[in-house]
Design a binder for this molecule. Structure first.
Ligand SMILES: CC(C)(COP(=O)(O)OP(=O)(O)OC[C@H]1O[C@@H](n2cnc3c(N)ncnc32)[C@H](O)[C@@H]1OP(=O)(O)O)[C@@H](O)C(=O)NCCC(=O)NCCS
Length: 178
């Protein structure tokens, strides 16, 4: 198993991975939605505002995760992890945790201070994320599942409160993902 930075030459393979993983876990409509999201994210996000990482087995991509920039009035260097997918037959073998940790270490070197995600706390708590109230940091859109609003500081123990609104990249700026 190897972990690498995502390159756009893998765009089609990565789109297929997200589509098939989310089709298996949540049905065909969700599979297509997330496959298209990943494609749009790469097409529309400025290079400084997106990082992707892949897990490779032999020559095949079996996992992928993206981080995109979130902006607050105080200009803190913050990113949100979304989405992540591990090929269905490779799930629950530790690949997701290792891939995300690989990504987080890279982001630390790039001076990122704060990470968010929006998902299942029972998985993301294994890699340092904790539930945060929107009194600590506001989500960019209305949360339909507030228990899934999670964050971790990459520079201190706790997430310090941030005042004001947040914005995400345009690909994620759609209520259907929140
Ligand atoms: C969620 C996902 C990225 C996790 O990656 P993974 O490689 O399967 O996870 P790992 O093997 O590294 O870690 C699994 C651990 O988290 C736990 N866990 C909790 N919730 C989980 C969940 N929804 N999915 C997978 N594992 C989960 C497992 O019990 C396991 O615990 P253990 O290490 O104590 O045994 C992957 O399963 C996946 O792609 N799922 C479908 C798509 C999805 O839900 N993506 C995330 C939302 S964007």
């Amino acid at each position: 198993m190897e972990f690498e930075k995502y390159e756009s030459s893998s765009a089609d393979e990565v789109k297929k991975l997200f589509t098939s993983v989310f089709t298996d876990s949540e049905g065909q409509d969700e599979g297509e939605l997330i496959g298209n999201l990943v494609f749009e994210m790469q097409e529309t996000t400025k290079p400084d505002d997106i990082f992707g990482f892949i897990a490779k087995n032999e020559k095949n991509i079996i996992g992928c995760v993206f981080f995109t920039r979130m902006e607050f009035e105080n200009k803190i260097n913050a990113f949100i992890l979304s989405p992540a997918a591990i090929a269905t037959q490779h799930q629950k073998q530790g690949v997701g945790q290792k891939l995300i940790e690989f990504g987080i270490n890279y982001l630390k070197k790039k001076n990122v201070k704060l990470l968010f995600t929006y998902g299942d706390p029972s998985f993301y708590s294994k890699i340092g994320f904790k539930y945060i109230s929107e009194n600590i940091a506001k989500a960019p859109l209305k949360l339909t599942y507030p228990e899934g609003w999670l964050a971790q500081s990459l520079v201190s123990e706790n997430v310090e409160p941030i005042t004001g609104n947040s914005t995400c990249v345009s690909a994620l700026n759609n209520q259907k993902y929140w």
